[in-house]
Design a protein around this ligand. Structure first.
Ligand code: SAM
Ligand code: SF4
Ligand code: SF4
Length: 350
C-alpha cells in the first residue's frame, strides 16, 4: 500500500510544529508496540507466573493491521513526530515486520527505529535494513550465558543474540545500541564485562536502571543499581569523560572513553528522572494511545479508526489528549507509587 504524505508535512520534508502538553513538552516520538507477545520471559518484564499458558494475549482481530499503524503514524508525523520506534513485546515476532518498516519509511520527515531482544536478528537484520529501518537497539543484559538464560527465563543462549548484533552490523547498522537492565544481585557483577566487550566496537552499551513498570515484576528500590554506580565502576578501569547530550531531552546520559574508544550511556529513570524532557507517546498493539510509560489507562484510537473517522478527527483526538498531558511519574516515584495501577510494559511498548 502506498502511504500518502500527510498534508501538514512541509514540502522540504521537515516535520511541522509539534503539539505541546501542559508542561510545555512537544510530541516528538512515537513508540509503536506491534505485538504484546514475546519469546522471552524476562523476569523484570514478563514474569512466567503472570505471563504463563493461561495469560490472555490480544486476539489477532484486536491488533492494528499494518495499514492502520501506518495511517496513524502518518497522522502523528503530520503533528510533529519525528521518530517512530517499533517495540513490543518482541516486535520481530510480528509476521513480515519488514513490510511494515517499508510502509513507515515512506512517511516524510520520520526515522524508523527498532528495539528488539535480538533473538531473530540473524535472519531479519538485512531485510529490515533493505526496508528502510535506520536504527536498531538490542537488549542484552549480560554476556554470561548462565546469567542471560536465567534473566530471559526462556533458556535462550547469549551467543544467538551476539550473532544477531553482528548480523545487524553486517547489514549496515552502526552503532547498534545495546540496552542492559541492571538488577542488583542478578547481573550487576557482569556489567563491567559487557562494557569491556563492546569498548572499541563502535557500538554503544547503555545501562538501564531497573524500573517499576507494570505491577507484576516485584520491583523494589533495593534492587535498583544507580547508573552512577555502574559508571563509576567502569571509570575506575577505563577513564570516562562526560559527553554532551545529542539533543535536548535525550534520556540517556552519555560518557566517552578518554582513550577515544567509544561511548557508553546510562538511563537513570529512577535516580535521575528525565520527565521534564519527555516527548514520547506510546501506541499499544491494539491502538490505545498512552502518554506515559507508567499510565493506568489510554485513549482509544482504534475505535474511531475502524469507524471511518477522517485523519483530521483522529488528529484532533491525539492533539487534545497530548494538550491535557501532565505526566511525570518518575519524578514522583516512591515505594508507594510502585503499588499504583498501571499497564504492563510488554503491552504498552517499552
Ligand atoms: N522485546 C524487546 C526488547 O526486549 O528489546 C522490546 C520491548 S522491551 C519491553 C523494551 C526495553 O524495555 C528493553 O530494553 C527492556 O530491557 C526494557 N525493560 C523491560 N522491563 C524493564 C524494567 N522493569 N526496567 C527497565 N527496563 C525494562
Ligand atoms: Fe520480552 Fe523484551 Fe520484555 Fe524481555 S524485555 S520479556 S524480551 S518484551
Ligand atoms: Fe516520560 Fe512518564 Fe517516563 Fe516521565 S515517567 S520520562 S513522563 S514516560
Amino acid at each position: 500500500m502506498a502511504i500518502q504524505p500527510p498534508d501538514a508535512i512541509d514540502a522540504d520534508g521537515t516535520a511541522p510544529a509539534a503539539v505541546t502538553d501542559r508542561r510545555g513538552r512537544e510530541l516528538r516520538d512515537l513508540r509503536i508496540s506491534v505485538t504484546d507477545r514475546c519469546n522471552f520471559r524476562c523476569r523484570y518484564c514478563m514474569p512466567r507466573e503472570v505471563f504463563g499458558p493461561e495469560f490472555r494475549f490480544l486476539p489477532r482481530g484486536e491488533i492494528l493491521t499494518f495499514e492502520e499503524i501506518a495511517r496513524l503514524a502518518g497522522i502523528f508525523a503530520a503533528h510533529g513526530v519525528r521518530k517512530l520506534r517499533l517495540t513490543g513485546g518482541e516486535p520481530t515476532l510480528r509476521a513480515d515486520l519488514p513490510a511494515l518498516v517499508r510502509m513507515l519509511a515512506q512517511i516524510p520527515g520520520v526515522e524508523v527505529a527498532l528495539t528488539t531482544n535480538g533473538s531473530l536478528l540473524q535472519h531479519l537484520a538485512r531485510p529490515l535494513a533493505d526496508a528502510g529501518l535506520t536504527r536498531i537497539t538490542v537488549s542484552l543484559d549480560s554476556l554470561d550465558d548462565a546469567v542471560f538464560r536465567r534473566m530471559n527465563d526462556a533458556d535462550f543462549p547469549v551467543a544467538e543474540v551476539v550473532a544477531g548484533i553482528e548480523a545487524a552490523e553486517a547489514a549496515g547498522f552502526r552503532p547498534v545500541k545495546i540496552n542492559a537492565v541492571v538488577r542488583r544481585g542478578v547481573n550487576d557483577h557482569t556489567a563491567l564485562d559487557l562494557a569491556r566487550h563492546f569498548k572499541g566496537s563502535g557500538h554503544i552499551v547503555r545501562f538501564i536502571e531497573f524500573m517499576d513498570v507494570g505491577v507484576s515484576n516485584g520491583w523494589r528500590l533495593d534492587d535498583v543499581v544507580p547508573g552512577a554506580e555502574i559508571i563509576a565502576r567502569i571509570h575506575a578501569e577505563a577513564p570516562l569523560v562526560p559527553a554532551e547530550p545529542n539533543y535536548t531531552g535525550e534520556v540517556v546520559r552519555r560518557w566517552r572513553y578518554a582513550d577515544g574508544s567509544g561511548e557508553i550511556g546510562a538511563i537513570t529513570s529512577v535516580t535521575q528522572p528525565f520527565c521534564g524532557g519527555c516527548t514520547r507517546a506510546r501506541l499499544s498493539a491494539d491502538g490505545q494511545l498512552y502518554t506515559c510509560l507508567f499510565a493506568a489507562s489510554g485513549t482509544d484510537l482504534r475505535a474511531p479508526l475502524r469507524a471511518g473517522a477522517a485523519d483530521g478527527e483522529i488528529a484532533a483526538i491525539i492533539a487534545g489528549r497530548w494538550a491535557r498531558r501532565d505526566d511525570r511519574y518518575s519524578e514522583l516515584r516512591s515505594q508507594a507509587t510502585a503499588g499504583l495501577p498501571r499497564v504492563e510494559m510488554s503491552y504498552i511498548g517499552g
